[in-house]
Design a protein around this ligand. Structure first.
Ligand code: COA
Length: 180
């Protein structure tokens, strides 16, 4: 896509993009299987404000004609993270042994519906994970989010197990891959 512009931001630069990112999040995650509404979007806005200052934070954006059409972001887990708790089956101790800077956690990847299947997700993912100091990356994905699951599997992510946050109804697949 010739007019696609991809940019990378650290936490300082990302804060100014909050409204655009939240707007695209609202549009993308209103779709099935997520069906998120205004309260979920406000929860995302609050979470993003907490995540932007995390160590190693990186946001990657995709724009076409000045319009935000995709974004992805991640940050480095801290040693005290609860990321590896409550996964079934229980991962091996060498997997769950966290230390500051060991793991890059991918929190969101989204492309506006009219721009999908054009390689934008792949590009965002590649730039997000490029030249990182962490040894591995992790993410969670709903098993019913078929395009996302297919994308991650084709990008060399492996399924580690599943979690059910707060004992709720929704199950997430926990995935990992080595970096680079
Ligand atoms: C997942 C998502 C980001 C992919 O973005 P995209 O720009 O369409 O991705 P790409 O065009 O780079 O495609 C990458 C690969 O994803 C897979 N894929 C994407 N859409 C797919 C679909 N509808 N069905 C099957 N596989 C699909 C394919 O493996 C594809 O490679 P290919 O086109 O060479 O076959 C996009 O579908 C999206 O925003 N989905 C809604 C939000 C979401 O689920 N985010 C993930 C949260 S964890």
């Amino acid at each position: 896509m010739s007019d696609l512009i991809v940019r990378t931001y650290d936490g300082c630069g990302a804060a100014a993009l909050t409204e655009k990112v939240v707007g695209l999040y609202a549009a993308v995650f209103a779709e099935p299987p997520y069906a998120e509404g205004p309260e979920d979007v406000e929860d995302f806005r609050d979470l993003l404000a907490i995540e932007i200052p995390q160590p190693g934070f990186r946001l990657v954006t995709a724009e076409v004609d000045g319009e935000l059409v995709g974004f992805a972001y991640a940050y480095s887990l801290r040693e005290a993270t609860r990321w590896w708790e409550d996964i079934t089956p229980s991962p091996a101790p060498e997997v769950t042994a966290e230390r500051d800077g060991r793991t890059f956690a991918v929190k969101e990847l989204a492309v506006a519906a009219p721009y999908r299947r054009k390689g934008i997700g792949r590009r965002l993912h590649g730039v997000l994970l490029a030249r990182r100091s962490e040894e591995r990356a992790t993410l969670t994905v709903r098993p019913d989010a078929a395009p996302a699951l297919a994308a991650y599997e084709s990008w060399n992510w492996s399924q580690l197990g599943v979690i059910r946050p707060g004992g709720g109804e929704i199950t997430y697949v926990v995935m990992v891959r080595s970096l680079p």
